[in-house]
Design a protein around this ligand. Structure first.
Ligand SMILES: *Cc1c(COP(=O)(O)O)cnc(C)c1O
Length: 402
């Protein structure tokens, strides 16, 4: 057996953090069921290991945007309910129904394609109808709602589908108290009532993302759909840190210092010389760059933690590397350079990188490249059949999707 080489950089995912965050969220759901959202390769953490960890934390449901990820969950043996909510014409609904996946609809063409798949497979679909209560993205406009509900109920009478859910999504859940929240709740309640008056026997009404799960009890209904908080990041960073919300970031991104060298004062650093050394100093090269998902917008600002100290990236973020001005700090080749982690020992967090790049922590973790190996901690506690597994065997690449 070959031992994998020590990687120049890697992503470590603590699956026990995902498990514990999900149990924290399902306590917050306070009687409602919990759907752990694992879209986008579980926000970059690895679809299948993250999904098992969410199950270990008590998630009754798993949610994805694209159908291919929902199918990948089933093929990996994940049990329970799985909802996929994004579809384009020609979507492979046959496979969705064969794999017992719940599907979403917000347009008549979708209902027709779903019903046709039900006819071919002999499996009635479980459909969640989405109302645009004010996000202005997917969903049926309230003016069209009764027509689309009737359409769905006609197909239900023909045994092509079961209308099991009505759902919506907030525009401003991350700004607790924002006036649109109350308006969206009213539009949603009205849509639910109209569907039920028309004869729908709904199993679940759902609206809450992470922020609403944590801050808006009246939005919990029968099921909550947290995503970001599952991975331990704060959905309301202006209001509360992850730690204050009882969450622990699961992802750590680190490279290993590949070169340390002395340079004179006035030495331009990296493309465009946007940083020039103010004094004689030492530069450390870290083999992580924008091709790995490090945002180039964090040039000159992104924080990197080495040997107990945090240095901003000196100059531009390159495709595969960044440079730090480490001065006389005790930094050596081979040292761990942590871009983000759970922050418990003073390292930066994904939120710090989001602030440095002028974006949100969602984008920081989802953009980390598949070329970096993922190392999973806590697999024996969260993954079925993994109790005997060695460290080497747990050192595997990002989950394949689609
Ligand atoms: C992404 C997403 C979620 C989860 O949102 P977070 O803010 O990450 O908790 C929930 N519902 C829908 C429809 C989504 O697209």
């Amino acid at each position: 057996m070959t031992v994998p080489p020590v990687p120049h950089a890697e992503v470590t995912v603590d699956l026990t953090a995902i498990r514990d965050n999900v149990s924290r969220l399902s306590r917050a759901a306070d009687g409602a069921q919990t759907m752990a959202v694992v879209k986008a390769d579980a926000y970059g953490h690895g679809l299948v290991p993250a999904a098992w960890a969410a199950k270990a934390g008590g998630a009754e449901w798993l949610g994805t945007a694209v159908l291919a990820e929902a199918v990948a969950l089933r093929r990996a043996g994940l049990p329970g309910r799985v909802l996929a909510w994004l579809a384009a014409p020609g979507e492979d609904y046959d496979t969705a129904l064969d794999e017992d996946i719940d599907v979403a609809a917000y347009a008549p063409w979708q209902l027709e394609e779903i019903a046709a798949a039900a006819g071919r497979t002999g499996r009635p679909a479980r459909v969640h109808l989405k109302v645009d209560s004010g996000l202005g993205r997917g969903g049926v406009m309230p003016a069209e709602w009764d027509t689309v509900v009737e359409h769905a109920l006609r197909l239900e009478s023909a045994r092509a589908l079961r209308l099991v859910g009505v759902w919506t999504h907030f525009a401003y859940a991350d700004a607790p108290g924002h006036p649109t929240i109350g308006t969206q709740l009213e539009v949603f309640a009205d849509a639910v009532e109209r569907a039920e008056l028309a004869g729908a026997e709904l199993e679940v009404r759902h609206a809450a993302n992470s922020a609403a799960t944590l801050t808006l009890p009246e939005a919990r209904f029968d099921l909550v759909r947290p995503g970001l908080a599952v991975y331990g990041l704060s959905p309301i960073p202006d209001v509360a840190t992850a730690a204050a919300l009882g969450l622990r970031p699961a992802m750590r991104l680190a490279g290993r210092v590949a070169l340390v060298k002395s340079v004179p004062a006035g030495h331009g650093v990296s493309y465009g010389h946007t940083y020039v050394t103010p004094r004689p100093t030492r530069l450390a090269l870290v083999p992580l760059g924008y091709a790995d998902g490090v945002p180039r917008h964090a040039s000159g600002t992104g924080p990197v933690h080495v040997c107990g100290r945090t240095f901003p990236v000196a100059g531009r973020v390159c495709m595969d590397q960044v440079v730090l001005d480490v001065g006389d700090a005790d930094v050596d080749v081979g040292d761990d350079a942590v871009l983000f982690s759970d922050g418990r020992h003073g390292e930066p967090t994904a939120q710090d990188w989001a602030d440095a790049a002028g974006t949100i922590s969602y984008e920081i973790v989802t953009r980390i490249s598949g070329r970096l190996p993922r190392r999973y901690l806590g697999a024996e506690a969260t993954q079925p059949g993994r109790r005997q597994q060695s460290d080497e065997a747990r050192h595997h690449q990002r989950t394949e999707v689609g």
